[in-house]
Write a protein that binds this ligand. Sequence first.
Ligand code: IMP
Ligand code: MG
Length: 208
Amino acid sequence: MAAPLTEFAPGPILISAGAIRRRTARLAREISARYRRRDLVLLGILNGSLFFLADLARHLSVPFRLECWRLRSYVGKTTRSSGAVHGIGTAPGDFRGADVLLVDDILDTGITLAAARARLLALGARSVRICVLVRKRRRRARPARAHWVGFDIGDEFVVGFGLDYDGRFRGLPDIRALRPAIPRTRRRASKTDPGLKPTKTRKSRTSR
Ligand code: IMP
Ligand code: MG
């Protein structure tokens, strides 16, 4: 039997590239309306928000300053947060008096976004709101409310459109569930495996 290259691989599509495109354009319209008379600072959390940030930014109809902040809480081959947010001490720039919109790929435990928001407020930001492409339905380890949400999903590990597993799969055009890798010889049989069926997602209502 051929050994799998990795222990995990992208599974079924949960959110298609088209759905992401349409939802991003809509979020940008709502965000533009909210920041019409503000000096918006768009602050992307890298690496995961890279593609979402770029698409969202290009759809905004209000002026903004763009900054990026490299934060990490998942280290190595894991689907669990380490609990520590690496990089939180080095905010990229001066945020005194700024209306900041934090943009991230996913809201999971809330540890990253809660820490980032608290840090920006401590640095003198006037307001800090949060926009995420995906929000997991689960209990948060830290209170973090997303003001704009692309999609709600169940509590499962996903990859694609910027989301990674150990640095891989970020370039997939859609968002997929991560599944145990299937050795080549068993791939045919897996087509009927009920464990590989897509789970349900729904468009999120935004709350402000
Ligand atoms: P937190 O657990 O809310 O702090 O999530 C912080 C970061 O963990 C996100 O910005 C992602 O980079 C990563 N993350 C959380 N859940 C997933 C997932 O399902 N797939 C890939 N990355 C994830
Ligand atoms: Mg990330």
